[in-house]
Design a protein around this ligand. Structure first.
Ligand code: NAP
Length: 473
């Protein structure tokens, strides 16, 4: 580990303050020998850890929740420092990370209890007993993004550790202090040495890791290219993966909607994590009859938003996380405008240091632009007008992604149609799409496959073992 002092370089593993662009600390990536040592530790740890009781694991998870809550201000400041979300939203993220630990500590034992199957009557009149068991698999690799540096990791770690697997975290290269902090919390909570480790390595080294027999499965939350790279390597080595990739979630507002609530929620939904959330609302699909009113209300709120230092409580939108995220977003905005769309506010790079980008509203988007195909990862809202419910659903589904969807209408028939026909892993009616430990979370189409959270989330990395026992042959 060494100290850096440069400005704005984004190479390597480093904490760079997105408010100023200053490099705060750089980290030496793990050497091949250091990596080998961690893999071996994980493998050895698994053989003991798999025999710990569910009650013991639940105790450790509850202790992790307590530690997160006790030090939430400290961890929130670190999140804000490394990736720029507002301090209030970082505190909420740490609190939610505690909730997911408690959720699996509480419900894990029930989800993982062996389930009795039908008794199997044998020809000699005796009965074989059948069960479904949920056994751990081994070390699971998690490749994680920076946009929710704590939440994304804890929603992986809580179910995986509850099952009896061990975790290896390859976090995004711009949040190394969060990555190290999380491993520290879990160790302090009582999880034995080697049960959860952070690997400080670059993304390019991940595919080779899948070849290692000590890694039994992997999960990745991130971009499509990273997902393809991981899934390709995993396929080559026949290992299971869960992928949580991008999204371009629709936010549909129909004529009977509570317009004020829809507008206020639309603005909030677009700006989660300074606009850098996979399930942020990105495409606003609005019925023609109310579109002028929606646009005016949305624009008024978007223009009033206060952009600034994420540690200032008055700030509503902080900077984007990295220079390259901002450059890519700005390029997308310029492209869609070149393709014929109108920019109602924002769209200009602000002067000064840091990676700030203004809330931007794009309207009058002609068919066939990148707004139909790309994910805009930042505070940019894309608005479309539609003439009917059918057209709204068709527009929402005309996307390569299928992560979340939110729709606003008071009409029960429309609500039923939307729930049934929207192609997404989650549909919220008259509410904002969000992740919640209680509900399964994941996508279809190019948003990935597999599920996290809820009951299904705990079964992704287990050996669902059928047992058949003739007790007295
Ligand atoms: P990214 O570049 O894909 O980074 C995500 C993680 O993948 C990082 O740890 C990164 O490591 C690693 N990585 C990069 N290239 C890799 C490769 N070739 N093989 C294996 N791993 C690799 O993602 P991002 O652009 O920073 O994050 C934003 C994306 O994540 C968006 O598309 C967003 O929608 C998606 N996301 C999805 C969800 C969800 O639940 N569906 C949640 C949050 C974010 P390095 O940092 O070292 O490159």
């Amino acid at each position: 580990m060494g100290l850096g002092g440069g400005i704005g370089h984004t190479m390597g593993i480093a904490s760079i303050n997105p408010v100023t662009g200053a490099t705060l600390q750089t980290f030496e990536p793990l050497s091949p020998a250091g990596l080998e040592d961690k893999l071996e530790q994980a493998w050895q740890a698994f053989h003991n850890y798999r025999h710990t009781s569910l009650a013991q694991r639940a105790t450790w998870l509850n202790q992790a929740a307590g530690l997160l809550e006790a030090d939430k201000q400290v961890w929130a400041q670190l999140i804000t420092l490394e990736m720029g979300k507002t301090l209030a939203s970082a505190v909420a993220e740490v609190e939610k990370s505690a909730v997911v630990c408690r959720y699996y500590a509480t419900h894990g034992p029930e989800f993982l209890a062996p389930a009795a199957g039908p008794a199997d009557l044998l020809p000699d009149g005796r009965v074989a007993l059948t069960h479904t068991r949920y056994d751990p698999l081994g070390p699971v690799l998690a490749v994680m993004p920076w946009n929710f540096p704590f939440w994304q990791v804890f929603r992986f770690a809580a179910p995986v550790l509850m099952v009896g697997n061990v975790g290896l975290l390859k976090h995004a290269s711009n949040v190394p202090q969060c990555a190290l902090g999380i491993a520290e919390i879990l160790q302090k909570a009582g999880f034995p040495e080697g049960v959860f480790q952070t690997l400080l390595i670059e993304g390019a080294r991940v595919p080779d890791l899948l070849a290692d027999p000590r890694i039994v499965a992997a999960t990745l939350t991130g971009s499509e290219p990273a997902g393809i790279s991981l899934a390709t390597a995993a396929g080559r080595h026949l290992k299971k993966v869960v992928l949580e990739l991008g999204g371009s979630d629709p936010f549909i507002v129909l004529e009977s909607a509570d317009l004020e609530a829809a507008i206020a929620t639309a603005v909030t939904a677009r700006l989660i994590s300074n606009g850098q959330s996979c399930i942020a609302a990105k495409r606003f699909i609005v019925a023609e009859a109310i579109a002028d009113a929606f646009e005016a209300g949305f624009l008024a709120r978007f223009q009033r938003l206060r952009l600034g230092d994420p540690c200032d409580p008055a700030t509503e939108v902080g900077p984007l996380a990295t220079a390259s995220i901002r450059a890519e977003l700005h390029e997308q905005v310029q492209t869609v405008i070149r393709q014929g769309a109108a920019c109602r506010c924002g769209g200009e790079l602000p002067p000064g240091p840091g990676y700030f980008y203004p809330p931007t509203l794009i309207t009058q988007i002609p068919p066939g632009t990148i707004a139909d195909s790309d994910e805009f990862f930042g505070p940019v809202a894309l608005m479309f007008r539609v003439a009917s419910l059918d057209e709204a659903i068709a527009k929402a589904n005309a996307s390569p992604f299928g992560l979340g969807a939110s729709a606003w209408t008071r009409d029960p028939a429309e609500q039923a149609r939307l729930v049934q026909d929207l192609e997404a892993g989650a549909v919220f009616i008259n509410g904002m799409t969000r992740s919640d430990p209680r509900f399964p979370f994941g996508g279809i189409k190019r948003s990935g496959y597999g599920r996290e959270l809820g009951r299904p989330g705990i079964y992704e990395f287990v050996n669902i073992k059928s047992t058949w026992v003739n007790p007295s042959p």
